[in-house]
Write a protein that binds this ligand. Structure first.
Ligand code: IFM
Length: 467
């Protein structure tokens, strides 16, 4: 296998000049059953935070707290998708995207007593019906970080009861939306909810204690495990899974200490989530890294968490280069002279391939995989009505080549979702960081299709024409 996924893209070749995106003829991406779509999340695009009975979420509270989000941005208006959803679905369809991954705002669809909020539910019913009408497959995430604030007021993910409230929410949603969802994901990126939300405080609710992080993770995973059988019972025809952000570590040197540090980094980012889901136990090395943080686990919890999955959603963005910290942990050693994105994240497509092939070796029961997020932020500007996002085009091409390599190495990858359909509220970075393949002018809410999206659309048209 080539060592560098970028090797398949030679920017100087005549083919690349004509079309810097279209995958080579032998790429598995030409398979018509490889799903190509785009993803978003409720708080990042919907806006309308106080409309039609929506309750406050932890991100409303956090973003309203001075100093938490760049430039004091909030999701109050975001991309105004709550009002512009028809135009946005038309845009997805116009691009020929085959699938759309969206999330439901829990505080929009349930009141504090657990009763349904009909107006909020109707919004998602209309949206999903329209997607179906357009022939776009629907991948729905139940929890993409917007926990109702009233649940946080009772301890949030530190309170075991939140896991049971989540199962009630999953029950309501899967009864109401049965038949209109192709794939349900329980959680998006529990690592971020637990570690950034409760471990270091960079995300809502902004708490910072290592013991909180592991306990919050346990309750998140328990919530997932409790929701799965509910989803299966209410909506048997759909696929059920979970979405996790996975971290690729590389060792700064070949020393045993640096290799051990890299291993521990991946335990903290990947095995912390995948071991309970796929092996029914937390990795013991996690508690070597974070002594004294073992969560309270009740009898039966691990069996609940390890219920079989129909798919695993993998979100991938960059790698982290690591060395030993001289004690029992790791420290980051940022490589010099490498390509980076607007986030400062290194462009490293090989990491995606290596993670996928590594998971296949580690987990005998690895379910089929969807790349549920991959993409990059750049400081895109509209010039003469166009956005030429050259760096993103090469980024996407190279990461899709890495996916193709993983498939050829035997990993069952079924699809890929661009993060994101459109520029949106990038959490603690507000609106400055633009991840979309569609540009959003936040003053006018005008959407402008970027060159990357045009090229993805061109490829999809060509693929369709061949079948
Ligand atoms: O915008 C986020 C998304 O909500 C979760 N995954 C990572 C993306 C980029 O940071």
């Amino acid at each position: 296998m080539a060592n560098d996924a970028s090797a398949v893209f030679d920017a100087r070749s005549p083919q690349s000049l004509a079309d810097p995106f279209t995958p080579p003829a032998d790429s598995s991406l030409w398979r018509k059953n490889f799903l190509l779509g785009a993803a978003t999340a409720s708080y990042q695009i919907e806006g309308a935070v106080a409309e039609d009975g929506r309750l406050p979420s932890i991100w409303d509270t956090f973003s309203a707290t001075p100093g938490k989000v760049l430039a004091g941005d909030t999701g109050a208006v975001a991309c105004d998708h709550y009002h512009r959803w028809q135009e946005d679905v038309d845009m997805l369809a116009g691009l020929g995207l085959e699938a759309y991954r969206l999330s439901i705002a829990w505080p929009r669809v349930m009141d504090a007593s657990g009763a349904p909020n009909r107006k909020g539910l109707d919004f998602y019913k209309r949206l999903l019906a329209r997607l179906k009408e357009k022939g776009i497959a629907t991948s729905v995430t139940l929890y993409h970080w917007d926990l109702p604030q009233h649940l946080e007021d009772r301890g949030g993910w530190l309170n075991r009861d939140t896991a049971y409230r989540f199962a009630d929410y999953a029950d309501l949603m899967s009864r109401e939306l049965a038949g209109s969802v192709d794939a349900w994901s329980t959680l998006n990126e529990p690592w971020c909810s637990a570690y950034l939300g409760y471990g270091n405080g960079h995300h809502a609710p902004g708490l910072a204690d290592g013991r909180f992080a592991t306990q919050a993770m346990h309750h998140l995973l328990l919530a997932h495990g409790l929701a799965l059988p509910v989803l299966r019972a209410n909506d048997p025809a759909s696929q059920k899974g979970i979405v996790a952000n996975m971290g690729r570590g590389t060792a700064n040197s070949d020393s045993a200490a640096d290799r051990r540090a890299t291993y521990l980094f991946e335990v903290q980012h990947n095995a912390w989530i995948l071991d309970p889901l796929l092996k029914g136990a937390y990795p013991r090395d996690l508690f070597e890294l974070w002594p004294g943080t073992e969560p309270l686990v009740l009898d039966g919890d691990m069996q609940t968490i390890a219920a079989p999955l129909d798919f695993l959603g993998v979100n991938y963005y960059f790698r982290t280069n690591l060395a030993s910290d001289g004690a029992h942990g790791f420290r980051e050693v940022p490589p010099q002279g490498v390509e980076r994105t607007q986030m400062g994240w290194e462009v490293y497509p090989d990491g995606l391939r290596d993670l996928l092939t590594g998971f296949r070796k580690t987990y005998a029961n690895l379910p089929p995989i969807y790349i549920t997020e991959n993409g990059m932020a750049s400081d895109d500007k509209v010039t003469d009505g166009r956005v030429d996002d050259t760096q993103r085009i090469a980024f996407l091409k190279r990461h899709l080549a890495a996916v193709d390599q993983a498939i050829k190495a035997g990993v069952d990858v079924r699809g890929y979702f661009l993060w994101s359909l459109m520029d949106n509220f990038e959490w603690a970075f507000g609106y400055e960081r633009r991840f979309g393949v569609v540009h959003v002018d936040y003053a006018t809410q005008k959407r402008t299709i970027k060159r990357s999206a045009e090229l993805v659309a061109k490829f999809l048209r060509e693929r369709k024409a061949r079948t």
